[in-house]
Design a protein around this ligand. Structure first.
Ligand code: FAD
Length: 477
């Protein structure tokens, strides 16, 4: 075997750190390409020992993330674990319900899935593909010169160094592999924390017809209140996983809500209908459940020649307000697989070929990850503005009219991100052009019905169509 895990037979010895959803999918991609893959995971095996006691955050999968699962033959199996989400149900301060469908029809939907169930299924698939998985192994450091990782056994505390070959960091936002790359001068990274966190809550399956109507399972439920909000996503058994998003400190914050009385009063005042729908012990759960923090990880490059590569949150953790973090990580795996295919018949020595694949990966993914990071932060601002800014609401309504009347030349940025395979960077730039169009159309009007649709078409033809043409974009998704 030569250095860096490239075996004589042109096969590669690969080590993936982190058996989360992206680490498992990456391991499957590599195994399919003939790599000998070892996966190290810091936690116990969630299939036997679930630290969350059966409860788990719910994630929204979209078409972008499902594509690699299709290629790996897992799409149907994973979809069977999901609940289709066709729109969002807004719960007002007065407990009024307003439903907004997401897509042009029900074929454009998102899929709610428990992270734990998804992860468990992907672990099964990775094992079945011959990946060696070691649990309770915390990666402490990596030596990219010798191609070794340092591990600590979470149970015995024992430290070991293992030959790793090519090292892949799929170890999430706090990535040890990213830290090692930065510490050894191979990459630069920043982590921008948001002064906003989240807590899991639980909505049992509704038991009355009124509650079933209020908690329709085909909707993402949201209680938007500007500076904070509550969300609910359906589980397969009819229950919902709720997430309360609040500032970490200040008014209406996790720091402020620290007694049973203050929590109950907050929910009764801010999300009144949720009090009937949440589990009876929601106040205790709110006080007992950990507060998750949120932030944006920016890193460059994602690779070190043919020796190491970062994927998923380890490379580009983003805030969850576009529901795209995992989808972006799965798309990383698709792009990497495309590059393996593209270079499959290249005659360069295997090490040079792998280095070229990794360099291309960094070059292709970095602008797109930066774009979705920015759009996710935009959405955070949007969600807070949504309830209070009449101009913003007017623009949204005008946009809805345009999208309905001219779907062949106008799809909202949301639809491009969620339902198309267009790169995130393209979605971002389309969104910038749309903003300029909507601002101009909304000048001097007070109601969406007053918007001039002829002017809208002229503006789209002048601003958006040249962009589509330049990048060969067809809105045929
Ligand atoms: C509240 C919330 C809601 C979200 N909603 C959505 C959504 O709707 N849609 C969406 O697409 N994304 C969503 N996301 C983002 C999504 O959860 C992440 O993007 C996704 O989990 C990233 O997957 P990953 O495998 O890269 O990292 P992770 O899921 O973080 O997995 C990393 C794995 O590596 C392991 N690990 C970490 N460090 C080490 C170490 N040193 N040694 C060994 N193992 C290690 C961890 O235990 C873990 O198993 C949400 C995130 C949050 C917080």
């Amino acid at each position: 075997m030569t250095k860096n895990g490239i075996l004589d037979s042109d096969k590669v010895e690969s080590t993936v750190i982190g058996a989360g959803p992206v680490g498992c999918v990456l391991a499957l991609v590599l195994a399919r390409r003939g790599h000998q893959v070892t996966l190290y995971e810091r936690r116990p095996d969630i299939r036997h020992e679930d630290p969350a006691g059966g409860r788990s955050i719910n994630l929204v999968l979209t078409e972008r993330g499902l594509r690699i699962l299709g290629r790996l033959g897992l799409r149907d199996e994973i979809l069977s674990l999901t609940v289709p989400v066709l729109g969002r149900m807004m719960h007002s301060l007065e407990s009024k319900l307003a439903y907004q469908p997401y897509g042009k029809d029900d074929s454009e939907c998102n899929y709610s899935v428990s992270r734990t169930r998804l992860n468990a299924s992907l672990l099964d698939a990775a094992e079945a593909a011959g990946v060696a998985i070691h649990f309770n192994q915390i990666c402490i450091d990596a030596d990219f010169e010798s191609g070794q990782v340092e591990l600590k056994d979470a149970v015995s505390g024992e430290h070991t160094r293992r030959a790793a070959g090519v090292i892949f960091g799929a170890d999430g936002s706090p990535s040890a592999i990213r830290h090692a790359l930065v510490a050894q001068g191979h990459a630069e990274a920043t982590v921008d924390k948001l002064n906003f966190g989240y807590k899991e809550l639980y909505f049992p399956a509704p038991s009355s017809s009124t509650d079933t109507a209020a908690m329709a399972d085909h909707a993402l439920h949201i209680w938007p209140r500007g500076d904070h909000f509550l969300m609910g996503l359906a589980n397969l058994d009819g229950s919902f996983t709720g997430t309360a998003y609040l500032p970490l400190d200040g008014k209406n914050s996790f720091a402020e809500l620290d007694t049973p009385a203050s929590v109950r009063a907050f929910f009764e005042g801010q999300y009144p209908d949720s009090v009937r729908l949440l589990s009876d012990d929601f106040v205790d759960a709110f006080l007992a459940n950990p507060t998750g923090t949120l932030g944006t990880v920016r890193c460059a490059p994602y690779h070190l020649d043919a020796r190491a590569l970062l994927v998923g949150d380890a490379a580009h953790g983003i805030v969850p307000f576009f529901g795209q973090g995992l989808n972006c990580g799965f798309e990383d795996c698709l792009v990497l697989d495309d590059l393996f295919e593209q270079f499959a018949h290249n005659n360069a020595p295997p090490e040079d070929r792998l280095a070229a694949i990794f360099a291309q990966f960094s070059a292709l993914r970095k602008p797109n990850a930066d774009a979705i990071a920015e759009m996710a932060l935009d959405n955070f601002v949007e969600m807070r503005a949504k309830v209070g800014d009449p101009n913003f609401l007017l623009q949204k309504k005008v946009e809805h009219r345009i999208e309905n009347e001219m779907p062949d030349i106008y799809r909202s940025r949301y639809a491009v991100v969620m339902y198309s395979a267009l790169p995130y960077r393209r979605a971002f730039e389309i969104g910038e052009l749309q903003q300029a169009i909507l601002r101009e159309l909304c000048e001097g009007i007070e109601d969406a019905a007053q918007a001039d649709m002829r002017q809208a078409r002229d503006l789209i033809e002048a601003k958006l169509l040249p962009y589509y043409e330049r990048f060969g974009i067809a809105l045929d998704f």
